[in-house]
Write a protein that binds this ligand. Sequence first.
Ligand SMILES: C[S@@+](CC[C@H](N)C(=O)[O-])C[C@H]1O[C@@H](n2cnc3c(N)ncnc32)[C@H](O)[C@@H]1O
Length: 278
Amino acid sequence: MSDDFESREIDSSRPSAARMYHYYLSGEAVFDVDRVFGERVFEVIPFLDAAAHHNRDFLQRATKFMVAQGIRQFLDIGSGLPTVGNTHEVVRGLAPEARVVYVDNDLEAVARSHDLLAAQRALDTTTVIEADLRLPQLILDHPDTRRLLDFDQPVGLLIVSVWPFVSDSDRPLELMAELRQALPAGSYVGMSHGSISDAPEEIIQQMRALAGLYEDTSDPSTMRSREEFAAFFEGLELVEPCLVYSPDWRPEQPPDLEDPARPCSFAAVGYKSHSGSA
Ligand SMILES: C[S@@+](CC[C@H](N)C(=O)[O-])C[C@H]1O[C@@H](n2cnc3c(N)ncnc32)[C@H](O)[C@@H]1O
């Protein structure tokens, strides 16, 4: 996105996934509807803020892991409203020369990300584009993606807690295959997903109720089982510890086994060991 970006109209009449996730993480409601919806959510699932932080922490650990493997260019799809510890900040702290392309289809997320990057004078190495995961080719062909990312070199692809907002009718596995095929050998893919399996029945019911509430937002959500999420990693080799609850993926502190937010999402990082259509 260029410096002359102007946000289009933002829908303040109903909550969006991006604004609600920001609310769970920070407590800041962008619009009144977000606060009202957030209160309904916390009645159903009081520990969702902790689950959101677990997800965000996974994103940061996966990013650090990829930098440690030598990855210097990142495509972060469904990046959300900027908050503490954004991908480019994590990356730049370790590898200042690295490049990051953020993608989101939420105009508030794109506008705020752009404002932050402009204020940080980071737009030469980092950008944000308004695009949709359901149209991967537009993301890959976007001039700003091509300006910052070299698809002859390994890429770190992050799709963290975004697939729940892509319904089965949009054929997410085919979309994932398109993205995977575009990645050169040596690339990594970090993903997480809200979970409705391998959890106590009460939590599964709470996650289902959460998905029900999201019918009232601009981003209805689909919860998937462990096996359904694992299918997104087809053609990739899972990095140890493979597919686990998000807080259990290479934790910096031992996870709290009693934490009800722990089984709310799965996470994994995959490695593309060879190029071609696999
Ligand atoms: C739960 S937030 C996750 C944000 C960030 N990835 C993280 O884990 O901290 C989901 C984000 O995905 C975005 N999103 C949902 N559907 C999308 C789509 N089809 N294309 C692009 N972004 C999408 C939402 O706007 C939101 O910002």
